[in-house]
Design a protein around this ligand. Structure first.
Ligand code: TYM
Length: 346
């Protein structure tokens, strides 16, 4: 693949874009890997654009009424996690048609061979690749459109989305190369912090996911304090005390995961957690983790419940955000069409 010049992003205003699928209960993984960091980026004073990607959600079946509820619930989770709709742009993807239109154009830039290498597609399609929707296959090109429609330079995500952001860079580079322009930036994945890959509480080799059939495998942002505490108490661990240093976590995936979760919730490093708890067993550590999680998450679920009581207000916020998003994305779409040779005469 032709690389972009190293300084390509210097041409663009620093801008953060990221998204979350409103496809069900958001988890502690979404919070630590994404939402918490989205709020931090906003508070650093960078321009931030956050999107509930409902067009991505329908790549697998969604009950229409449930999708609306889930989209409002995800919006409530953003706001409860510290996203301020007056300082960040917060909206749902389908209200800004530039996403779908740019995705089509980028479908014509991306190569089938690139899509075939996407590990998330292979995981999601499994043995059923012939039966999944065409949208699921093209999903990463829509994600590239989300990011590039804003000329975003930074994309905070969890580890599992890294390959998709790298594909976005490849698509941007090929577009710039083919049309001999430097129109699209080369967005950087920001994968930072102690919890870039939060694992299942039942199996330390599997990602914590809203689609895991076992509810005990994850903390949902809507779980109440008792449920959160019970899930951490029952989390799979091992019989050894916690080590004094990080190397002692090698081969102990479940222990490492719980330490990382503690670190991310407390806003400290995993080393600092081990400095505090090294030598102690899970009988001490798990209740401390449960208390910390309840202290951090209960206010979020409380605020979500409060916001969900007024769905019309959430819809109003999303509508206002969509208008602001469109003001950025539509001119970029228009310019893309022009570069590609489409007549724009109205
Ligand atoms: P989604 O909805 O699966 O997840 C949203 C965000 O949460 C992160 N995440 C996790 N982080 C750490 N540990 C986990 N267990 C965990 N589970 C989820 C994800 O990495 C992600 O950052 N394709 C994207 C949505 C998307 C998008 C975009 C993201 C669409 N367009 C443009 C960035 C930019 C997705 O399905 O995320």
């Amino acid at each position: 693949m032709t690389d972009q010049p190293a300084d390509i992003n210097a041409k663009f205003t620093p801008r953060v874009f990221s998204g979350i699928q409103p496809s069900g209960n958001l988890t502690l993984g979404n919070y630590l890997g994404a939402l918490k960091r989205f709020a931090e980026k906003q508070d650093e004073g960078i321009e931030t654009v956050y999107c509930l990607v409902d067009l991505h959600a329908v790549t697998v079946w969604q009950e229409p009424e449930a999708l609306k509820r889930q989209t409002r619930e995800a919006a409530a989770a953003f706001i409860a996690s510290g996203i301020d709709p007056d300082r960040s742009i917060l909206f749902n993807q389908s209200q800004v048609s530039a996403h779908a239109e740019l995705a089509w154009l980028l479908n014509c830039v991306a190569r089938v061979g690139w899509m075939n290498r996407m590990t998330q597609f292979k995981d999601k399609a499994g043995k059923n690749a012939e039966k999944v929707s065409l949208g699921l296959y093209a999903y990463p090109a829509l994600m590239a459109a989300d990011i590039l429609a804003y000329h975003a330079t930074m994309v905070p995500v969890g580890e599992d989305q890294k390959q998709h952001v790298e594909l976005t860079r490849d698509i941007a580079a090929k577009f710039n190369h083919d049309y001999k322009v430097d129109f699209f930036p080369s967005p950087a994945p920001l994968i930072e912090g102690a919890a870039t890959r939060v694992m299942s509480l039942r199996d330390g080799s599997k990602k914590m996911s809203k689609s895991d059939p076992s509810d005990a495998s994850r903390i949902n942002l809507t779980d109440d304090a008792d449920t959160i505490a019970k899930k951490f108490r029952k989390a799979v661990s091992d019989a050894e005390p916690l080590p004094e240093s990080l190397e002692g976590l090698d081969g102990r995936a479940e222990a490492r995961n719980l330490v990382n979760i503690y670190a991310a919730l407390a806003g400290i490093t995993a080393d600092a957690v081990l400095a505090q708890f090294g030598g102690q067993g899970f009988g001490t550590f798990k209740p401390a983790l449960a208390d910390l999680a309840v202290a951090k998450l209960a206010p979020i679920s409380g605020e979500m419940t409060r916001l969900m009581a007024d769905p019309a207000e959430i819809d109003r916020i999303l509508g206002k955000g969509a208008a602001k998003a469109e003001a950025i994305a539509q001119p970029i779409l228009e310019k893309t069409l022009d570069i590609m040779g489409m007549i724009r005469s109205r």
